[in-house]
Design a protein around this ligand. Structure first.
Ligand SMILES: *Cc1c(COP(=O)(O)O)cnc(C)c1O
Length: 388
């Protein structure tokens, strides 16, 4: 249907064979394949503990519970994120406070806005590494240290992204990754929790599986006879089929991200002439970071900001007619009906988030895009811009 879809899988025979091997092994629930996936992921990000789970939403929920969020507490979160970042806090009975973002060049949390929202109830900050580009972690970690707050990283966009040699997701207390089909590492549904702190890892591990002290796999292996339940836990486990896909995808991650980077650079170069008042008023978030050797992004998506007051629907429709799929990252969370009702009457001033979210369009980006596809997207983008 699309000439160029927004995203596409990079699956081949390797994924098919990996799934077939699991089916033939006759062990489907969490076991040795999941353990191998966790170990390999831990090696990639250099963390002491990696725990695979059903998806990143439950990873965020467990992370919130593990740092002790509950009724009466608050967590500071971005509004320019997927709704799960905020929902996870509400699941625990705690409330969210939405912080603003930096600006057109950097769509991640503004540390000044975060600092202004800290109250006696604040227990945690959740950052989101938009597009796999790092948040201002040194400043955010300093605020957290000053006030004794936990830092959870929503690293759904960030597998294979580093800041100063540290993998994103390992800078705060707990990192949460997503393996949803359109992410850089895809298993359909799936997620990973990472932490260096053994007491958090222990708690996360218990809560992933009903608060039980031993798993079916341990008992199958003859390592345990019975179990106790020591926490109110959940069934947030992954399974061997998804873990097998994850292991194959992990092998392709670095090359896939390198291709994403090359495509991103083609986009940035070709669109540079349209930037700013001398161009058409287009803006290219994160392009200014391109030369910073300390930053190695995952280039999960390619966001552009249309000129102010441009007709975004017209732009999107033009690309759609040309067979090019686009998306919006994101409708701000604080504007959703549910959140408007929940926090009705509370002043929520997020001017930067609101103005940028209204201008954002995401262009196609995935490793399998050919240079000809990139050219097509660029041609049609320039044509559509000229009509705004
Ligand atoms: C995809 C995504 C999630 C949720 O991930 P699931 O694995 O689908 O639950 C959370 N936060 C962000 C920023 C995401 O992009």
């Amino acid at each position: 249907m699309w000439k160029v879809p927004l995203a596409d899988l990079n699956f081949d025979d390797a994924e098919e064979k990996a799934v077939q091997d699991v089916l033939r092994s006759r062990w489907l629930t969490m076991g040795s394949v999941t353990q191998a996936f966790e170990n390999e992921f831990a090696d990639l990000v250099k963390t002491r503990h990696a725990l695979a789970v059903s998806n990143a939403t439950v990873a965020l929920h467990l992370a919130c519970l593990a740092v002790g969020l509950g009724p009466g507490d608050e967590a500071i979160v971005p509004s320019l994120s997927f709704v799960a970042t905020a929902n996870a806090v509400l699941y625990t009975g705690a409330e969210v406070r939405f912080a603003d973002i930096l600006g057109p060049n950097d769509l991640t949390l503004d540390p000044k806005s975060v600092a202004s929202l800290v109250s006696p109830r604040t227990k945690a900050i959740i950052v989101m590494h938009y597009g796999g580009y790092p948040c201002q972690m040194p400043a955010i970690l300093a605020i957290a240290r000053q006030h004794g707050l936990a830092v959870i990283e929503d690293a759904a966009h960030a597998p294979g992204a580093w800041l100063d040699g540290a993998h994103l997701g390992t800078l705060g207390d707990i990192g949460c990754f997503s393996f949803f089909s359109n992410k850089n590492l895809s298993t359909g549904e799936g997620g990973m929790l990472v932490t260096d702190r053994p007491e958090l890892a222990e708690k996360l591990k218990l809560m992933r599986s009903h608060g039980m002290t031993s798993l079916t796999w341990d008992r199958h292996q003859g390592h345990a006879y019975s179990y106790d339940v020591v926490e109110l836990g959940y069934n947030y486990r992954i399974d061997e089929i998804h873990s097998a896909l994850g292991r194959e995808q992990l092998r392709k991650l670095i090359a896939g991200n390198a291709r994403r980077r090359a495509i991103t650079q083609l986009y940035w170069q070709a669109l540079a002439a349209k930037v700013g008042p001398a161009g058409s008023g287009l803006e290219l978030p994160f392009a200014l970071q391109a030369g910073d050797p300390a930053i190695q992004p995952a280039h999960h998506i390619f966001p552009v900001l249309l000129p102010e007051k441009a007709d975004r629907k017209l732009f999107i429709d033009q690309l759609r007619e040309a067979g090019i799929q686009t998306s919006i990252h994101y409708p701000p969370i604080h504007k959703f009906s549910f959140y408007q009702q929940r926090y009705a009457g509370e002043v929520q001033s997020l001017p930067v988030t609101e103005s940028i979210a209204a201008r954002e369009v995401t262009l196609p980006l995935y490793p399998g895009m050919t240079n000809a596809m990139v050219e097509l997207v660029l041609d049609e983008t320039l044509k559509a811009l000229a009509k705004l």
